[in-house]
Ligand binder design. Sequence first.
Ligand code: IPE
Ligand code: IPE
Ligand code: MG
Length: 236
Amino acid sequence: MINIPNHIAIIMDGNGRWAAKRNLPRIVGHQQGVKAVRTVVKACSALGVKTLTLFAFSSENKHRSSDEVSLLFKLFLTALTLEVAKLNKHNVRLKIIGDLSLFPDNIQKTAFKAQAQLADNTGLTLVIAANYGGQWDIAQAAKQAAKAALKGDISPEDITIEGFSQYLSLANEPAVDLLIRSSGELRISNFLLWDIAYSEFYFTDTFWPDFDEAELNKAIESFNHRDRRFGTRKEN
Ligand code: IPE
Ligand code: IPE
Ligand code: MG
């Protein structure tokens, strides 16, 4: 029987190169990337994955050209607006993580509304990481913990691994079992840091717009051949 990961996280990379290969503007790659998101969300939902975390926009991506950044913002807003009904139909819960203060007001409002509309759903939890950085996440968690200690709500002794985890963006989500990165890059690019302590990694050369159900199945198949030891050894 195939073991379906509880939590899959994906660095959706290669939209620009997908477009460049076809002599198309980068934004067309991003548009096609949204289609791949739809496919993967549907497939994960059908497989019974509990949480799917997608890296949509990193803390560093804001340093791209202002044209690309504003087109990405527009695409994010359109996708958020158009997809909510479909996500609802599939019983998907939505959670957006990252420093949303960067985004224009209308995006922040739409994001807040979409999360509220889908809050009671009990199927797949779809986490979208937007203006997210793993280092930012740890720093914002430390800030919350420090504030709680100053207020006297916790004592420094409460800052254990479990206690501190509660302040991170993925608190309450299962541990990340499988981390996928498309487009052939072999790095984390400041995605989840704390949360991938024992994740299995899967890298594919496929550019994100070409990532489909078959690619997802290949990643899950590879995950099923991993011997996850978590630092222990089986007794003979
Ligand atoms: C990933 O594709 C999407 C975002 C980072 C927003 P890229 O835009 O990084 O595509 P490449 O890496 O240039 O091909
Ligand atoms: C990581 O991809 C961020 C997302 C996929 C959203 P990048 O394309 O920004 O990463 P680098 O610059 O190649 O490390
Ligand atoms: Mg890239």
